[in-house]
Design a protein. Structure first.
Length: 138
C-alpha cells in the first residue's frame, strides 16, 4: 500500500507517517521500483496502535516503550497496566490543577467586575493589585 492510501485508511497525514518513521516508531518501509514507500498490513496495525496510544495521552517516548512491549513475544500486560495507572494519575493531577486555575480565574473575574462598578475603575489585574491568590500557588 502506498503512503497516501495508508494515511487515508488510518486518518493520518503522509507527513505524520514519515514523522513516525523518522522517530523510529514505524520501521522504514520497503520501496517500489519507482521509489514509492510500500506499507504492509503490519505497518497499518502499528500506525493504528500509535494513534490509539496518542489518543490516550502517551508521549512519543512512552509509545516507543509500549511498542517495544508490543513487539515482545510475551506481550506482558502488567507493565502496560502500570503505565496506564501512571498516565491516569497524571491526568487526575492535571484535572485538579485545571480546577484550581478555574477557581482563580473566577475569583479574578469577580474582582474585575466589582471594580467595574466603581466610578474610576482600575483593573486590578493590570495594576498588580493583590487578589485572592497565594504567590506559591503557581
Amino acid at each position: 500500500m502506498h503512503i497516501g492510501r495508508v494515511a487515508k485508511k488510518i486518518g493520518l497525514t503522509p507527513d505524520a507517517i514519515r514523522f513516525y518513521e523518522r522517530n523510529s516508531l514505524l520501521p522504514r518501509p520497503s520501496r517500489s521500483a519507482g521509489g514509492f514507500r510500500q506499507y504492509a498490513d503490519a505497518d497499518v496495525e502499528t500506525l493504528r496502535f500509535i494513534r490509539q496510544a496518542q489518543h490516550l495521552g502517551f508521549s512519543l517516548k512512552e509509545i516507543r516503550e509500549l511498542a517495544a512491549l508490543r513487539s515482545s513475544r510475551l506481550q506482558p500486560c502488567a507493565p502496560v497496566c502500570l503505565r496506564l495507572e501512571k498516565k491516569l494519575s497524571q491526568v487526575r493531577q492535571k484535572l485538579s490543577d485545571l480546577q484550581a486555575l478555574q477557581s482563580e480565574l473566577q475569583a479574578a473575574l469577580r474582582i474585575c467586575k466589582k471594580e467595574l462598578r466603581r466610578k474610576e475603575a482600575h483593573c486590578p489585574l493590570l495594576t498588580g493589585a493583590k487578589q485572592n491568590r497565594s504567590a506559591s500557588a503557581t
